[in-house]
Design a protein around this ligand. Sequence first.
Ligand SMILES: Cc1ncc(C[n+]2csc(CCOP(=O)(O)OP(=O)(O)O)c2C)c(N)n1
Length: 704
Amino acid sequence: MATVASQVQKAVKLSRELLVGAYRTMYLSRQVDDKEIQLKRQNRAYFQINGVGHEAIGVAAALHMRPGVDWFYPYYRDRAFVLQVGQTPLDMLLQAVGAKDDPCSGGRQMPSHWSSKPLHIVARSSPTGTQVLHAVGAADATLYFSVVQEAAQLASGFHADELVYTSLGDGATSEGEFWESLNWACLRKLPLLYVVQDNGYAISTPVDHQTAGGSISKLVKSFPHLLTLECDGTDFPESYEAARQAVEYVRGHRGPALIHAHVIRPFSHSLSDDERVYKPEEIRRQEAGRDPVHKMAKLLTGERILSLKELKELQSSVEAEVRAAADQALAAEPPSPATVMDYVYSPAVDPTGEHFDRPPKFHGDEKTMVDLINACLRDEMARDPRVVVFGEDVADCSHAEDLAKLKGKGGVFKVTHGLQRKFGSARCFNAPIAEASIVGRAIGMATRGLKPVVEIQFFDYIWPAMMQIRDELINFRWRSNNVFSCPLVMRAPIGGYLAGGAIYHSQSGETIFTHQPGLRVVMPATALDANGLLRTAIRCDDPVLFLEPKHLYRQTHNRSPYPGPDYMIPFGKAKLVREGTDVTIVTYGSLVVRSVQAAKTLEQEGVQTEILDLRSLNPYDWELISASVKKTSRVLVLHEDHISWGYGAEIAARIAEELFEFLDAPVKRLAGKDVFVPYHPVLEEAVLPQPADIVRVTRDLLKY
Ligand SMILES: Cc1ncc(C[n+]2csc(CCOP(=O)(O)OP(=O)(O)O)c2C)c(N)n1
């Protein structure tokens, strides 16, 4: 690992203009912090987190960037970085007061959550470390565009030597996402620059209690292709030189680089923190002696680049600029409460609309659900070069040179079989076993205009990606006030009735996802529906969780001929599987066929059962549910996922609330027990609803 200090030795000849400009931004950054702190103390801003002590490395790195060409995933201490890249004090102060015209989020996000589409600062969030995976995805898009040129032509503004910048604190390097990102960045030699801004503390936890050995650069230095540099991030010339070397390396396609910049954090973590309770006075005094803004002023006057008078004039002009920006921000209109639901979903593309209602044009023999999902992926990849498929084991063979001698894997359920062979290894490839990074990286790719269709190998293993789904994917559009979005599809085989799947291969859990604003959730029960809904999912402008009941993958009862490359089913349209007059069953997934079996038994008793297959769980077809309940006056809501706090609870509550006067019996629920699906078939059967249970509960309903 190179230590930049030894190489700089004040020999870097930086121009007067560059040094004075850099100081101006550093001082501006400090002044905006001071102003925000004042506003917070006056209760005119609602939160404050500062970039104090991080100004030198921020400006130094930014001076090597090309706004609007390179892509930026900074963190909250990067105030000086984003100012240098082109955000303005007014942008920042509008966010501090939560104004309607806050360009980063329209009053939705805390201050220091930077965002600017023209500058390529991608809307930030609060979780520590999540951004590094998006940065990997963005850098991966660079790689993709350089190989799949038809995609580059469709996406705006690809530059062969663009790079991606991301920054994070020393504490955030403890997150698994950081390590997943490094593995991926080094595996693929991505054009990605990490700047770890190490201020010695993560809130109150010092770095020697956070990072094994106390030095992140020492820990990462064995990653292949990674250039690791360490510098004093409070020293502008040294930081500038480190950034220069790193950027040269990354732009030269030699691999990713990581700068470990030692900085200070003298203003506590945020205004909600008082570092005096955990940071000894002598450390605080040492830090004060390394203040980058003071050091830079001293350099400028000491080297006679600026006279004291000129320094004061520069400072006064900055102070006036910040005062004017604050006055403007304080006079700005607050957001209207009426807008709070805007942009949860795309305002431009409505996947429930007619445009997504396209009839099938059947040909060929009957195919299974696996076949028709595969067919849809083939069609969509052929239609649009931006569609990219990745996940664990989805490729035919990672070593493409061996493809000719092998049959190919194509997923543990063979759903993606042949895609790599047909479309190439850039468009269908295997991911490391790291679910957070599968989703996080897809987010970064989608932001750049690609359409990732990723596979989570088993729904049971979606949980490492939950932070990326909940805190990033689904609120990306909303939190950036519709400036950024990341529409993508996550496919996941789900559910039981397999015999032998047990606790980690048979679970459901869709309810956790239908609870998430901003996420479309779909679960087909037939091969035809899987084909038509997946096409809608891929062409939709929102994130979609596409749940494939794996028990139904190869059944004969749900097969269909291939419906053609334009077949689509709109979201939110249930299927009337069976008409009846006595009772309604609202269900989906593997329970559709079991409901039909139960209905046949009940028919022998003279009971006419109506069955609705919801197919799309969010949005769902309230109109059809409502019409059916009004007709039958009795309803059973049936699903595989746990009963308590479940999907059925929501539907049942709404029926009770809105259709009470049409009911002749209480709304019934039948669902998986509140326990995991076990291994032995007898136990599995006891947990999941069976046709006999459906018959029994329906009979109960008919007693009223
Ligand atoms: C995933 C997650 N866990 C916890 C937090 C709360 N939190 C916010 S900042 C922070 C400390 C981060 O420290 P570090 O990465 O060193 O950056 P610094 O604030 O020191 O610049 C913590 C724990 C969070 N935002 N996200």
